[in-house]
Design a protein around this ligand. Structure first.
Ligand SMILES: Cc1ncc(C[n+]2csc(CCOP(=O)(O)OP(=O)(O)O)c2C)c(N)n1
Length: 585
C-alpha cells in the first residue's frame, strides 16, 4: 500500500470494542492475537501501519488493551518498563520499515539489561521480500544482534506458535527481548489452530541448580572469608530471588552492594546495605568491593560502569559468580568459583550448604566506618538555585516506599539512584547498559500500567532526555495516567557538560541547552498539569500539589546548573580511588 491508513473513527478504537472472549483463529493474525491471550498478556504498546494492519484488525475485539503510543521508541521503552515492573514480558508492536527501526533503541536497551520484551513487527508480503518494497527493512537482520531470539514467520499455521515461543523465550532462562517479524500475507492467510500455551523449544534448557560440589567449595571459601561482600546484580530481581538473597545476607551478616539494575534488591535502609557501587556508586560500596577478600556476585555481568578497570577490581578477592548464562562466567571478571544456575535455586543451595557464618565483625565495623567517612552528601541547600538532590529527597519523603521511580539518562538518573532510598524490588526502572536518553516518559507510562492500582510512579528526567520523548505525554493524558514527571532542568545535557568540565578543559561544545521550552507550559499544551520550581520556597508545595494531582503532571524544576554528580570513578579507573569532587579526578 502507499501511504498510511486513515485515522480510525473513535468508535473503532480497540479499547472500546465489546469483549468477546478468546479470539477465534481464522487467520494468521488471529493466531498471533490468540497466542498473546494464551500468554496472559493484558497490555500492548504500539503504533499502527500498513504491514501490521491485519494484526491490529485481529486485536479489534480482543480483551487485551492496546495502548497507542506516539512513537515506536516509546512503545519499546514502555514495554520494557512494563516487563521490569510486572516480571512478565512487555509487548510492543510496530509496522515494517520505519516502525521496526524505531523500535531498535528500545530493543537494544532491553537486550543490554536482560529485560523481558516481545516485539511484533509487520513485514512486506513474503513475495516482496528482497525487492526493496515500500517500507521493507530486513528487521530480522537488523535486530539479530540486539535480541535474545528473533523469528521470520512464513506460515499462517505456525505464526501463533512462533509468537508463543518468543514470549516463553523472553521470560525463561536469561531474560531478554525477542521479536517476531510478520509478513502481511502470513497474517492475512488462513489458519485454524489455537497456538496453545507459550513454550520454549525442547532443546532450550537453561541451567537450574549448580553442581553441588561447586556449591560446597564456594560456601567453604565464603565461610572462611574475613571480608565477605555480596554483589547483587539485576539477575536477582529477574529470578525473583530477592527474598533468598536477603535471608542469606542477614543470616550470615554479609554486607550487600548492588549494581544499578539491582537497586531495590536489598533494602537500602538496612544496616548491611552499602547501596550501589561503580562509577557513581557510594564511596562505602566502592571501598567494600575493592577491599573484600571474597565476593559472592549473583546475576551480574560485571559491566565496565561497575568494575572500572578490571585489573584493579576487587584485587584480593576470591570471586564466586552465580549466573544463569555460561557466557557471562569469566567474560569480564575471572570467576574463581563459577556457579551456573538460576539465582533463586543457587541461593537456596548456598543457604543449605553454608557451613557457618564468616567471622567478620571487624569487616562490618570497617564498612560502618566507611559509611561515616564518605556519607552521601551535597553542599547544604541555603540559597537558590535549588539543588537537584534536594528535589529528589523531597519527592522520596512525600511518597510511599513502593513508589516506582523511572528516569531518563544523565546526571538526573544518578541523583535519582543516590538520593532516593529504595527498599523494594521492581521500584527502580531505568536504562542501564544502553543508557538511552528518552527512556523516562515512556517508561513511566509502561510502569504505571504494570503497577498496582495504588502504586505511585515518579519519573526523574533531564531537559535533554525529556525533549527526546516528551510526545509520550499525549499518551499519558489520553490514558489518564497518574504519573509525575520531574524534569531536573539544568539547561544543559548536564552529564556531558560535567565530562567537558572534568576532561575537556571546560569547552562546552553542544552541551548547553538554554533554548529549551518552558516544560510546565508544554505540559499544559498536551493537556497535562504543569508546575514550576525556581526556589527552595516552592519545593514543598509543588511536590505536594504534583503528587496530589490525579493525572499526568510535569514539574519543571530549575536546578543549580553547575551541580555535578559525585562520587565518581573515572572511566576505567580504580573503584577504591573514587573522587568526591572535580579537583580529585
Ligand atoms: C540517545 C542518547 N544520546 C546521547 C547520549 C549521551 N548522553 C549521555 S548523558 C547525556 C546528557 C543527558 O542530558 P539530560 O537529559 O538533560 O540530563 P542531565 O545530565 O542534564 O541530568 C548525554 C547527551 C545518550 N546517553 N543517549
Amino acid at each position: 500500500m502507499s501511504g498510511e491508513p486513515k485515522q480510525a473513527p473513535a468508535e473503532a478504537d480497540a479499547s472500546d470494542a465489546a469483549a468477546t472472549g478468546p479470539t477465534e483463529v481464522e487467520t494468521g493474525a488471529d493466531a498471533v492475537v490468540r497466542a498473546l491471550e494464551n500468554a496472559g498478556v493484558e497490555h500492548l504498546f504500539g503504533v499502527q501501519g500498513g504491514a501490521i494492519m491485519p494484526v491490529y484488525d485481529a486485536l479489534y475485539s480482543s480483551e487485551m488493551t492496546h495502548v497507542t503510543m506516539a512513537h515506536e521508541q516509546g512503545a519499546a521503552h514502555a514495554a520494557d518498563a512494563y516487563g521490569i515492573v510486572s516480571g512478565d514480558p512487555g509487548v510492543c508492536m510496530a509496522t515494517s520499515g520505519p516502525g521496526a527501526t524505531n523500535l531498535v533503541t528500545g530493543l537494544a536497551d532491553s537486550n543490554m539489561d536482560s529485560d523481558p520484551v516481545v516485539a511484533l513487527t509487520g513485514q512486506v508480503p513474503t513475495d516482496f521480500v528482497g525487492s526493496d518494497a515500500f517500507q521493507e527493512t530486513d528487521t530480522v537482520g537488523v535486530t539479530g544482534p540486539i535480541t535474545k531470539a528473533n523469528f521470520f514467520s512464513d506460515d499462517p499455521e505456525s505464526v501463533g506458535t512462533d509468537v508463543g515461543t518468543a514470549f516463553a523465550l523472553a521470560k525463561r532462562g536469561r531474560q531478554g527481548p525477542t521479536l517476531v517479524d510478520l509478513p502481511k500475507d502470513v497474517t492475512k492467510g488462513a489458519a485454524s489452530e489455537d497456538p496453545g500455551e507459550p513454550r520454549t523449544p525442547s532443546t532450550y534448557s537453561p541451567p537450574e541448580t549448580a553442581a553441588p560440589e561447586a556449591v560446597s567449595e564456594a560456601t567453604d571459601v565464603l565461610a572462611a572469608a574475613d571480608r565477605p561482600v555480596i554483589l547483587a546484580g539485576g539477575g536477582v530481581i529477574k529470578a525473583e530471588a530477592c527474598e533468598e538473597l536477603r535471608e542469606f545476607a542477614v543470616e550470615h551478616e554479609i554486607p550487600v552492594v548492588t549494581t544499578m539494575p539491582a537497586i531495590g534488591t536489598f533494602p537500602e535502609d538496612h544496616e548491611l546495605s552499602l547501596e550501589m557501587a561503580g562509577m557513581h556508586g557510594t564511596g562505602y560500596a566502592n571501598m567494600a568491593i575493592t577491599m573484600t577478600d571474597c565476593m559472592l556476585a549473583v546475576g551480574t555481568r560485571f559491566d565496565d560502569r561497575l568494575t572500572g578497570g578490571v585489573e584493579t577490581f576487587a584485587p584480593d578477592a576470591e570471586i564466586i559468580h552465580v549466573d544463569i548464562d555460561a557466557a557471562e562466567i569469566s567474560k569480564n571478571v575471572e570467576a574463581d568459583y563459577p556457579l551456573l544456575g538460576d539465582a533463586k535455586a543457587v541461593l537456596e543451595q548456598l543457604a543449605t550448604a553454608m557451613p557457618r557464618s564468616p567471622e567478620a565483625d571487624e569487616w562490618r565495623e570497617q564498612c560502618r566506618e566507611w559509611k561515616q567517612e564518605y556519607p552521601m552528601d551535597y553542599a547544604a541547600p541555603e540559597d537558590d538555585p535549588v539543588k537537584p538532590q534536594y528535589v529528589v529527597e523531597a519527592f522520596d519523603s512525600a511518597t510511599a516506599d513502593d513508589t516506582i521511580v523511572t528516569t531518563g539518562v544523565g546526571q538526573h538518573q544518578m541523583w535519582a539512584c543516590q538520593y532516593w532510598t529504595y527498599t523494594e524490588p521492581r521500584t527502580w526502572v531505568s536504562s542501564h547498559g544502553l543508557g538511552a536518553m528518552g527512556y523516562g516518559v515512556p517508561s513511566a507510562i509502561g510502569a504505571k500500567l504494570a503497577a498496582d492500582d495504588d502504586q505511585e510512579v515518579v519519573c526523574f528526567d533531564g531537559d535533554g532526555s525529556f525533549l527526546m520523548t516528551c510526545q509520550g505525554l499525549s499518551v499519558a493524558v489520553r490514558e489518564e495516567l497518574d504519573i509525575t514527571i520531574v524534569v531536573l532542568n539544568n539547561a544543559a545535557i548536564g552529564m556531558v557538560r560535567q565530562w567537558q568540565d572534568a576532561f575537556f578543559g571546560q569547552r562546552h561544545m553542544a552541551s548547553e541547552y538554554p533554548w529549551v521550552p518552558d516544560f510546565d507550559t508544554l505540559a499544559e499544551a498536551f493537556g497535562a498539569r504543569g508546575f514550576r520550581i525556581e526556589s527552595y520556597d516552592e519545593v514543598e508545595s509543588v511536590v505536594a500539589e504534583a503528587l496530589e494531582y490525579d493525572g499526568p503532571s510535569v514539574v519543571d524544576a530549575h536546578i543549580d546548573p553547575g551541580e555535578n554528580v559525585y562520587p565518581m570513578v573515572p572511566s576505567g579507573g580504580d573503584n577504591g580511588l573514587f573522587a568526591l569532587a572535580e579537583d580529585q579526578l
